[in-house]
Design a binder for this molecule. Structure first.
Ligand SMILES: Cc1cc2nc3c(=O)[nH]c(=O)nc-3n(C[C@H](O)[C@H](O)[C@H](O)COP(=O)(O)O)c2cc1C
Length: 398
């Protein structure tokens, strides 16, 4: 099926995932799709949304509905932002540019990963004036980290996002099975894998193999995308702690976001430290397997933080109705990771745009079907707390 026709036939994020699976070598698809170990948390993130049921209001004039909101004190056309994801260029050349442009087209913030294959400056130039957040991992080389933060400031990024759920890399076994391991080896398995996807190979070779552009200068090994899967966490500093977080907070004048918290006590501490926003996240199930689903963890975090910081959530958002559920349970917004990634890896910018079209259409449709005209009207009364919801009744008092 031709590129555009296949995209037009994608009605669900799941269809974009299937398209990405058909177009990417297996090892590359699994690098994006997979989680850690038994993928319990990966599955549970999704299941937590599927356990929630809504209580729609009827006979409301919904001839107009508007999903715009304020995220971190700035306007966003939808209550969502694109989550930072590393190595996107392995799926589509400079896939981060595709994602950032799609975010700009839809008027939502874009978060760039430290381990992106497009540099801070490349992204700033691709979407001038757009709301950008830089996601920093804390590298063992702290000076290098601070230089990255300074580059983000100089390039006009409004937010600094510190990811705290990766003191060491999660055990991502699909990567091991697919021979995405250290050191990267050209094995019969991955050569056969690549040979089955000639269009992907041609695109990759035409554009030059991806490089982790932000990390150029750190060390040769750490900029090679070929080694990223199994080297996840290798350059990161496992001694990074609350004091170091405070120093970063003090060094950054803009919006400060902490990503990867799932406990009330940690959230409380982050809020006390002056973080503007907390992202309830378990890295899309790619780090601690067996960790709590993010939607299940969110009420505890919201209770602990109160009005001191915004609470965003990510992990498993695949439907517009998931966004309504998250907001009804108190989130200020969601981050989307794989949803837009599947689109970008399958078809570049057009694919990322398609993902956002699907999500925004479903979101507005769900709002109207619920008798809701604006995000401000989305409240806890929308959540059904009968037998199906009983599980969360004890923790969710909203
Ligand atoms: C392929 C991939 C790469 C990721 N890379 C990063 C990263 O570099 N930094 C980060 O903070 N989170 C990273 N994440 C986690 C996402 O930011 C986000 O938390 C997660 O994808 C949300 O779950 P979802 O994919 O189900 O939407 C990555 C996720 C994926 C799928």
């Amino acid at each position: 099926m031709s590129g555009n026709r296949a995209l037009r036939r994608a009605f669900r994020i799941e269809d974009l995932r299937a398209l990405a699976r058909r177009r990417l070598p297996r090892g590359v698809f699994d690098l994006f799709d997979g989680g850690a170990e038994d993928e319990l948390t990966l599955a549970d993130n999704r299941a937590a949304f599927q356990r929630v049921r809504l209580r729609p209001k009827v006979l409301v004039d919904v001839s107009r509905a508007d999903a715009s909101t304020q995220l971190l004190g700035g306007p966003s056309a939808l209550p969502m932002a694109i989550a930072p994801t590393g190595a996107v260029g392995f799926g589509w050349p400079h896939g981060e540019v595709a994602l950032a442009r799609a975010a700009q087209a839809f008027g939502i913030p874009f978060a760039l990963s430290t381990s992106a294959t497009s540099s801070i400056e490349r992204i700033a130039a691709a979407v001038p004036g757009h709301r950008l957040w830089f996601q920093a991992y804390i590298l063992k080389d702290r000076d290098f980290t601070m230089k990255l933060v300074e580059r983000a400031r100089a390039a006009g990024f409004e937010g600094l996002m510190i990811t705290v759920d990766l003191p060491v890399g999660g055990k991502r076994e699909r990567d091991f099975r697919n021979d995405f391991s250290i050191p990267f080896r050209w094995t019969p398995r991955n050569l056969r894998d690549f040979a089955l996807r000639p269009a992907w190979v041609a695109r990759q070779f035409a554009s030059g193999l991806p490089v982790m552009e932000n990390l150029i200068g750190l060390s040769a090994a750490s900029t090679s995308t070929q080694a990223i899967a199994s080297s996840v966490g290798r350059n990161y500093d496992p001694s990074f702690d609350w004091d170091a977080l405070r120093r970063l907070r003090d060094a950054w004048a803009g919006k400060f976001i902490v990503k990867g918290i799932v406990r009330g006590d940690d959230a409380e501490r982050a809020a006390r430290l002056g973080c503007d926003a907390i992202v309830v996240s378990n890295h899309g199930g790619r780090q601690l397997d067996g960790g709590v689903a993010t939607l299940d963890a969110m009420p505890e975090v919201i209770d602990a933080v109160g009005s001191r910081a915004s609470v965003l959530v990510d992990g498993g958002v695949r439907r517009g109705s998931d966004v309504v559920k998250a907001l009804a349970m108190g989130a200020a917004g969601v981050l989307v990771g794989r949803a837009t990634l599947y689109g970008a890896c399958a078809a570049g910018e057009a694919g990322a745009v398609r993902a956002l079209e699907i999500l925004s259409d479903e979101l507005l449709r769900t709002m109207r079907l619920c008798g809701i005209r604006s995000t401000a009207e989305i409240g806890p009364d929308l959540i059904f707390r009968g037998p199906l919801g009983a599980q969360r009744e004890s923790s969710f008092t909203g």
